[in-house]
Design a protein around this ligand. Sequence first.
Ligand code: GTP
Ligand code: MG
Length: 201
Amino acid sequence: MQITSAEFISSFADVQKCPPPDKPEFAFIGRSNVGKSSLINMLTGQKKLAKTSVTPGKTQTINHFLINKSWFLVDLPGYGYASVSKSTREGFGKMIERYVRERKNLSCLFILIDPRVAPQKNDLSFITWAGSQGVPLAIIFTKADKLKRNELQKNLKQFENALLAEWEELPPLFVTSSEKRTGRDEVLDFIGQAIETERNS
Ligand code: GTP
Ligand code: MG
């Protein structure tokens, strides 16, 4: 899959206000600061398309980007950020829950995981919850450049084992670095295949 155009469409806190659900959509979710917005910039090759920050809690709304005039990439706010108010922290955030439950054209929800830390409770429970909603899932381990290869392999194995404690089968897994552009072709080819499969079904 080649990206020939990428444009910002809208930024809303309410899933009902998002663009009409008439195109395949691929969204990125995960804890605050895991690298969702950076990954969108890396995939599209546009450094400033999605706003990023060293401080967690940067993305606060549902952001739609139209790719190749034919499908959407979506940047979502993070979950698990301790400084936001208690009501915002409730569950994974009402906005995210409604988006996952109600967005009809969601082809795949990519859940981003920081492989530098041991499997986190909120990540595992988010995966379990999203899986129970019947949404197609894939997992992306981000910031691969921050770990040595053997450390990365060890931590990925640990995370896979944590998933296998609850799941019979693992979802598709990707390893990326937005800094080094690692995993770009793999993620884009996966999206391309998903679009192709949907078109033929
Ligand atoms: P929120 O919008 O706050 O939920 O965060 P986010 O998940 O969108 O993270 P964002 O893309 O804003 O990145 C957070 C920080 O991590 C920024 O300082 C990025 O430069 C850094 N970062 C993101 N991806 C990578 C990566 O692959 N490698 C390295 N070294 N740093 C990264
Ligand atoms: Mg963000």
